[in-house]
Design a protein around this ligand. Sequence first.
Ligand code: CP
Ligand code: NVA
Length: 307
Amino acid sequence: MKKDFLSILDIDKDELAGLISEARNLKDLRSRRVAHPKLTGACIALIFEKASTRTRISFEAGIRDLGGHAIFLTTKDMQLGRGEEIRDTARVASRYVSGVMIRAYRHETIEDYARYSTIPIINGLSDKEHPCQLLADIMTITEEFGTTEGIRVAWIGDGNNVCRSLVLSSAMTGMKISVASPDGYELPADVVERAIQLGGDVTLVHDPARAVDGTDVVMTDTWVSMGDEKEKEARKSAFNGYSVTGALLAKAKPGAIVMHCLPAHRGEEIDDDVIEGIQSRVFVEAENRLHVQKALLVRLLQPRFTS
Ligand code: CP
Ligand code: NVA
């Protein structure tokens, strides 16, 4: 059976621990310039419906490190952009490559693709989740604190795709998550219920200061995700007061770290002195995308791929 990674819930606690451990091993090998061609000759397609810097570069560079080859595709250059059906594209690509990463506007597009694909599919971000980002975030927190168990995380801002993957990971990671969003921009209730039902520790509040009080990690993301551009002005006014500033960060634990998946909008969801400050782990977090996605590719493709 092929295994997909569409949601952070597509792996369990043991698989997560295995991925983080393999990612740390791959990070170490790379830092010592030890070759690790674990997917020699594998060809992996990267399909983008929307823009990307980190996801594209980290997947392409990571696949190269593993001895494979990445094919970068945008839907506007594919027949998909002219109306070819997903089910046809998925079946055709399954005969050419060993795996596909997709970034799409609608989560259902990726689910549809996975349904018709006979090779593993990875969600490179949808409107609902950003599970690869969460793997990197979990790795970053593990490196910092030695564990995720009992770590308190405050999410400031939009109850968006990244926030959803974070909250859904709570039971698996043992992280206690407090989400502060303005009225109308909270995580959907069913997501919170699901996370709690799974054994997660999740609290929704409106006051950022309350979420941050005594926390270990302060996380934020853009107020206007890709696809939300039409609501830009309304969002900017709704999120006024939901910025990670030095004053807000001062309410967290003294050793707290700051994370942001990037791209950042300085002066909006995060201040320049915070992102550039000593508590920021934003660039380690971005780097860890590379290592953890390599671990994921090895996990999904190595058992199936024969060079
Ligand atoms: N964090 C993230 O996914 O960045 P990109 O949109 O640049 O890929
Ligand atoms: N929430 C953001 C994340 C970008 C990596 C978006 O979807 O645009």
